[in-house]
Each structure stands twice: as structure tokens, then as C-alpha cells.
Design a protein around this ligand. Structure first.
Ligand SMILES: Cc1cc2nc3c(=O)[nH]c(=O)nc-3n(C[C@H](O)[C@H](O)[C@H](O)COP(=O)(O)OP(=O)(O)OC[C@H]3O[C@@H](n4cnc5c(N)ncnc54)[C@H](O)[C@@H]3O)c2cc1C
Length: 424
């Protein structure tokens, strides 16, 4: 009598961001059946989100339907669903509509969102940037501010409409500030009749002592000077203590501003909470050296929702290459386990840090080599185009950038989600 064929090992991956997708790619050819669950139907290239928010790129240039990316993988089933818990005892992932998905091995790759340091009431006035919806909301606010300023006759109200505050001077804050300044100074001036968009104020406020704190001092100083050279006002050592619909308060001063962007602080997904796992202050799961969750050898967590030390004892940064390396490692470890082996602990390799400052400048820290200025900007651009998926997206983004570079035109200046009656 022949026994029925063994059921393939069931791997469930929650999250099709950089970490989850890389794990799915890495498991190609393994004797497993994969279910990939995401509450969005697209994989998003977050490093270029700020370019959607500033009308430089269209949403479809930085996102891909997850099903499309895995269309050649019959071993992967994609589910469009929101996970809201894990029943580790029954080995099931719980969905918010009451359904459940069984697993033998689970990979949590659910990322992070922005955090308001205990001031969630600020979010409506100072939206952050994490999803395509966030980016189009910000794009709308920025463009509507210029439109309303064009019709505003009161000088104070007009000044508030033309003041853009960015809170947090990490890479996202610096990139947003530089690009809004470019938009106001280079792209928009010929289009308006009643206002001079070059007079718009872009104010970057940072609680710490320097911009791009993760970069070496000299690159940080260069970024600061470059921002000022394109008209960005940089305020350091001043935590924001209030955000309202009319502006911000920092260092005891009130600044009237109708557009505020939040680029400070992140909070991990609820993965740690789902499992009662140890977590740091940003709610990141403290995973073991093999990326499993303590007490759960069959549950891995990767990417921004985790914290783990690099070989020098420093926390692995919350960046795309780290999430990809972790996803790749976990896939290799699952394969090794299925053939009765194992792997040494995960070791993070840092390739470098990059940030753009306005249209033609960037800073790059490879550790062994530091670059700044125009050359760094070209390398930044080529690296980002290289990491996009597919020839069509690469060509489209390259063309959009060349157009901005040569003509200062930003094709994605569309106000969507409402008519002129909708206020900010
Ligand atoms: C504005 C911005 C700029 C950035 N710039 C850079 C940069 O220049 N360079 C760089 O290297 N990194 C950058 N990063 C960081 C980088 O994008 C992250 O480190 C990376 O996306 C982390 O990958 P991840 O897989 O952990 O999470 P994500 O890529 O965030 O993916 C998480 C996925 O999980 C899904 N998900 C979450 N919760 C659930 C749930 N409950 N149920 C179902 N699905 C769920 C989400 O929809 C998402 O698809 C930037 C991030 C942002 C926000």
C-alpha cells in the first residue's frame, strides 16, 4: 500500500514589503507552499515616497501589484487581508474578518509606521509619510496651499499658506525639505500670477544638534549648508512642543504654517504585541540571532518590525537593505532546516547610507568612501533606479528625473481626492 504524498511545509509570510518579498523570492524552489498576506495589494518602494509627495513621481512609478511580482510562482498564494493576531498555540494567523490561515513556519515582516511621541493628536495636522495614501495626502496639501495662497489677499494668511514646516531632519525630512524648496523656487514660479512662490518659507525643525544625525559630521555639515543654499531654514536643538491646524510651537516660538510634515520617529507594527514578545521602546520585536522570536522557533520576524544588533553591537538600521538581507537569511535558514541542517546566526552587512538634498546634490557614506555634491547625486540616482523592479519603472523614473533636471517640470502636480472646496 502506498502512503499519500506528504503535505508540503506551509510557510506564511505577513507583509510584502522589502523583507517579506525577499523571503518569498529566497524560498523559490524549496519544498514549501507559501501564503503571502498583505493588507495592501502593492509592494511599495518607500525610499522614493517623498518624490510622490512632492509631485516629482507618479504613484505607479514606485509601486507594483504584489500578484504581478509573483505571477511566475505557482507555489505562492497572495492574500489581500489584514492580519490582527497570531494564535501561536494553534499555529494560525488571524485575520480581521474572522478568518485564519494555518502555518508550519511563520515570517512576520509587517514594517513600521510613524510615531508622534505620545502626541497622536498631532497626526491630522502633521501627517507622516509611509504609504501611497500618505504621499498623495501630502502632495494634495502642498499643492492646495499654493492654490489657496494665489487667491488669498490677507498678507498674514498668505504667509502662513506659503510656510512649509518639516519636523525631523533625518533623510526623509531633509529630502522633503529640499524638494519642496526646489518645487517652490524652480518649478512653480511661472505658473502663478498673484504670488511669488520663490518667497515660500521651508522650515526644517530638528530636536537634535544636527541634520542627518546618522551620517558622519562632515557630511551632515555639508547637508546643512546645502539646504540653506537652496533657501531651507534649518532649526536645530528645538523639539516641537505643539502642532495645530495653524502651525507649530518650538523653543517657545509659534510659527504660523498651514502645511506641516511629520518626519520624526517610527513605531513598529504590532507583531511584538501579537506574541507577547520582548520589544524595545519603538515596539520592535527583540529577535534572537537566527531572527526567530524568543520562545517561538517556528516564527521569524524581519525588517523594520524587529531589532537586532549588527556585528559591532550596534542596532541594525531600519533601512531597505537590512530588511532584504534578513528576509534572504530567513529563507535560507528555512531551506536548511527542511533538509535537516541549520545556518550560523544572521550577520548584517552595511553597504552605505545615502540622502538627496534638493535636485542636484546628495551625500553618500560607504564607510570606506564619503561622497557629496553632484557626483553623489548621480550615484544616488543610479542606485535608486537600479533597485526599482522592472525595466518599465526604471525607464519611467529615469525619464521623470531627467525632465526635472533639464526643465524643472514635475509632471505629477495633480490635486486629487477632492475639489477646490475641500479645505486642508
Ligand atoms: C519615507 C521613507 C523613506 C525611506 N527612505 C529610505 C532610503 O532612502 N533607503 C532605505 O534603505 N530605506 C529607506 N526607508 C526605510 C525602508 O523603506 C524600510 O526600512 C523598509 O521598507 C522596511 O521593510 P519591511 O519589509 O520591514 O517593511 P515594509 O516595507 O514597510 O513592508 C511592510 C508590509 O507589511 C504590510 N503590513 C503591515 N501590517 C500588516 C498587517 N497587519 N496585515 C497585513 N499586512 C500588513 C504593509 O502593508 C507592507 O506592505 C524609508 C522609509 C520611509 C517611510
Amino acid at each position: 500500500m502506498t502512503s499519500p504524498p506528504a503535505e508540503p511545509h506551509r510557510v506564511v509570510i505577513v507583509g510584502a514589503g522589502f523583507g517579506g518579498l525577499e523571503a518569498a523570492f529566497g524560498l523559490a524552489g524549496a519544498p514549501v507552499r507559501i501564503t503571502l498576506i498583505d493588507r495592501r495589494n502593492h509592494h511599495l518602494f518607500q525610499p522614493l515616497l517623498y518624490q510622490v509627495a512632492t509631485a516629482s513621481l507618479a504613484t505607479s512609478e514606485i509601486a507594483w501589484p504584489i500578484r504581478y511580482l509573483l505571477r511566475d510562482r505557482p507555489d505562492v498564494t497572495t492574500l489581500f487581508a489584514n492580519v490582527n493576531g497570531v494564535d501561536a498555540a494553534a499555529k494560525r494567523v488571524l485575520l480581521d474578518d474572522g478568518d485564519a490561515v494555518a502555518y508550519d513556519t511563520l515570517i512576520l515582516a509587517t514594517g513600521a509606521r510613524h510615531a508622534y511621541f505620545g502626541h497622536d493628536e498631532w497626526e491630522p495636522f502633521a501627517p507622516g509619510l509611509k504609504t501611497l495614501e500618505d504621499a498623495t495626502t501630502l502632495r494634495r496639501r502642498i499643492l492646495v496651499a499654493f492654490e489657496r495662497a494665489e487667491r488669498e489677499t490677507d498678507p498674514e494668511r498668505r504667509a502662513a499658506l506659503l510656510t512649509f514646516v518639516i519636523i525631523g531632519a533625518g533623510p526623509t525630512g531633509v529630502e522633503m525639505a529640499g524638494t519642496i524648496a526646489d518645487l517652490a523656487k524652480d518649478t512653480l514660479p511661472p505658473d502663478f500670477r498673484n504670488i511669488d512662490t520663490r518667497k515660500a518659507r521651508v522650515v526644517l525643525i530638528e530636536a537634535g544638534p544636527r541634520v542627518l544625525a546618522g551620517f558622519p559630521d562632515d557630511l551632515s555639515a555639508y547637508a546643512h549648508a546645502s539646504l540653506e543654499s537652496i533657501g531651507v531654514e534649518v532649526v536645530l536643538d528645538k523639539p516641537v512642543t505643539e502642532c495645530t491646524a495653524d502651525g507649530v510651537v518650538f523653543g517657545g516660538n509659534r510659527l504660523e504654517a498651514k502645511t506641516i510634515v511629520w518626519a520624526a520617529g517610527v513605531r513598529a507594527s504590532r507583531a511584538a504585541e501579537w506574541l507577547g514578545a520582548p520589544a524595545d521602546r519603538a515596539h520592535r520585536v527583540q529577535v534572537l540571532p537566527d531572527m526567530t522570536i524568543p520562545g517561538h522557533p517556528d516564527i521569524f520576524a524581519v525588517g523594520d518590525t524587529t531589532t537586532i544588533a549588527d556585528p559591532h553591537g550596534k542596532p541594525v538600521p531600519g533601512i531597505a537593505p537590512a530588511a532584504k538581507q534578513e528576509g534572504r537569511y530567513v529563507a535560507a535558514l528555512i531551506k536548511a532546516r527542511l533538509s535537516g541542517g541549520t545556518l550560523p546566526p544572521f550577520r548584517y552587512k552595511h553597504a552605505g547610507s545615502l540622502a538627496q538634498i534638493g535636485k542636484r546634490k546628495a551625500v553618500i557614506d560607504f564607510g570606506w568612501l564619503k561622497l557629496r555634491g553632484n557626483l553623489a547625486w548621480w550615484i544616488w540616482g543610479i542606485a535608486h533606479i537600479y533597485f526599482l523592479i522592472g525595466l518599465r519603472h526604471r525607464l519611467s523614473v529615469a525619464l521623470s528625473w531627467l525632465w526635472i533636471h533639464a526643465r524643472d517640470q514635475r509632471a505629477a502636480r495633480l490635486i486629487t481626492q477632492g475639489s477646490s472646496k475641500v479645505t486642508q
